[in-house]
Design a protein around this ligand. Sequence first.
Ligand code: PEP
Length: 258
Amino acid sequence: MHTPIIAANWKMHKTVSEAVDFISGLKKEEATFSDRRVIVAPPFTALRPAADALSGSSIGLAAQNMSYAESGAFTGEVSAGMITDAGCTYVIIGHSERRHLFGETNEQINKKLVLAFKEGLKPIFCIGETLQEREADETISLIRQQITEGLINISAGDIDSLIIAYEPVWAIGTGRTATPEQAEEVHRVIKETVQEISDKGGTPTVPVIYGGSVNEQTIESLMNQDNIDGVLVGGASLKLESFLNIIRFRASVLPEGE
Ligand code: PEP
């Protein structure tokens, strides 16, 4: 069993001061979730101030995206080296909003993953099917394709520091969550597929987290599944109180006074 991973994707929300205030509040409560791996992904503009605010804390910092190029004439892009320089240890790659709103392909995502590993970043690699693909019974083949094409030329050693986020597109920001059983089935296939690719045999080890309208009410039943190692939370991570309630699902260390 992995340490539960609870990651916040703030998307295009929060100014610098809003991000720093949130992080200060989160840090104050850190002793109540020392048995969880908590990660926040602010927008690019808030990364450096967020890194400074996180100093002395074990909460991880992620960028929400990065360029598939190392440097050069790519106006508006931000490189792996730049986000590392801004204080990130993690980077979200292949989020469905990048794939579907900005046309990112498996090939581009693979380039990003290669560069992220080269830079020593830990990628949170997002995959997931659309409603149309689910209804056409293509979920498993699509997922396997996203994994195999995304992980071309990635070594088994690098795969050891990978986190995969299964995010069904139809569940993101829609208020519609996959049932724990639906998510569990796909998570199992993801782990088996990654294990095949890294040619390891034995029990799959890659942590797979679920994303798609996770909230304080759904966290517990999702985390009760054997192959759900954590969650990637969008909307419900924007308010400190609701994010803390998600982090502290089945809390083993309760805040003072509770
Ligand atoms: C996400 O952005 O990765 C996400 C899962 O969003 P939401 O929780 O709002 O569905």
